[in-house]
Write a protein that binds this ligand. Structure first.
Ligand code: NDP
Length: 294
């Protein structure tokens, strides 16, 4: 029977690992969970029937998933696991990581017979809980086929290229969303200053060509309501835009808007707080305009 392991039970990892536990219960396998703060793994086991495990125990799994803040924490866990990984294991990193780190980690693991896929996800904690995340996969197609049936948290899985390509696509995707949010915030702050009702403005923009995920969903649900519920930390989105800027640089590409937005989000994370929700980036736009988007 198949043993899956999941490392990192944060906002994303918790519901993703719950999907794995449900899947292995149906298929007669096991799901091991590890978290730096062990109480979370114990609570996960009680709630979903996963098994809390120590780091050396997860090394015996057929597939090891990770979902940590950045590639740096993945490096730490890889170092802690040291030589304990077994040949034949597949490591699926669902962190939104750096392409260059993925290539380095994959090369290091290959020496021990462990295959690596970068498999970042989109859809948020809600999508993970519903089992309908989108996954963008970098790595060998033959390796993806070995684990495709295990991706119980996904509704759509797209192979986008060699190791690192998944992280590159994820960084660009999130940066496009960041551009849309920032631009929508600027537009709405301008309209607020001219005295237009922003509910009416969004109503018509969302039936027009300026609409986007932020105008249709994020701004109405999180900004106009002044709730800014934390599902995805602003500091993590600033990290993603920073990765996109690195991808731009490595590709010797010219993408001034993407690079600019990385700087804006980094500044917002410093000024508003890295642990705020990503929608709170618009508080900086509000400060810059002496108005509120409400
Ligand atoms: P969280 O901050 O909610 O969770 C972070 C997890 O990483 C926790 O389990 C935490 O453990 C663990 N961790 C932190 N530092 C270390 C360390 N040094 N060693 C071991 N474990 C560590 O983050 P998210 O779940 O929101 O994000 C995880 C990844 O997924 C990020 O790359 C993010 O960009 C990406 N992502 C997030 C989405 C979202 O909507 N939130 C959507 C799509 C992708 P502990 O409990 O001990 O603190």
């Amino acid at each position: 029977s198949r043993t899956l392991a999941f490392l990192g039970l944060g906002a994303m990892g918790w519901p993703m690992a719950a999907q794995l536990a449900r899947h292995t219960k149906e298929t007669g396998g096991r799901t091991l969970v590890w978290n730096r703060t062990q109480a979370k793994a114990d609570a996960h086991a009680r709630e979903f029937g996963s098994e809390a495990a120590a780091l050396p125990e997860v090394a015996a799994a057929d597939v090891i998933f990770s979902c940590l803040p950045t590639s740096a924490e993945v490096d730490e866990v890889l170092t802690a696991l040291g030589g304990q990984l077994r040949a034949g294991t597949v490591w699926v990193d669902c962190t939104s990581g750096q392409p260059e780190a993925a290539r380095r980690q994959a090369a290091g693991l290959a020496g021990r017979g462990v295959a690596f896929l970068d498999a970042p996800v989109s859809g948020g904690p809600g999508g993970a809980a519903a089992g309908n995340l989108t996954v963008m996969v970098g790595g060998a197609t033959a390796v993806l086929e070995r684990v495709r049936a295990d991706l119980a948290f996904a509704a759509k899985v797209v192979h986008v290229g060699d190791v690192g390509a998944g992280f590159a696509v994820k960084a660009i995707n999130n940066t496009l969303m960041a551009v849309n949010m920032w631009a929508a915030g600027e537009g709405l702050a301008v309209l607020a200053r001219t005295g237009v009702d922003l509910h009416a403005a969004l109503d018509v923009i969302n039936a027009s060509s300026g609409r986007s995920y932020p105008t249709e969903t994020l701004i109405p649900q999180r900004v106009l309501t002044r709730e800014f519920p934390v599902t995805f930390q602003l500091g993590l989105l600033a990290k993603d835009a920073g990765i996109a800027a690195e991808v731009v640089q490595d590709a010797r590409a010219s993408a001034p808007v993407l690079v600019q937005v990385a700087a804006l989000y980094r500044g917002a994370a410093h000024s508003i707080g890295a642990e705020a929700d990503y929608s709170a980036v618009l508080k900086l736009v509000e400060q810059m305009n002496g108005t509120e988007i409400k």
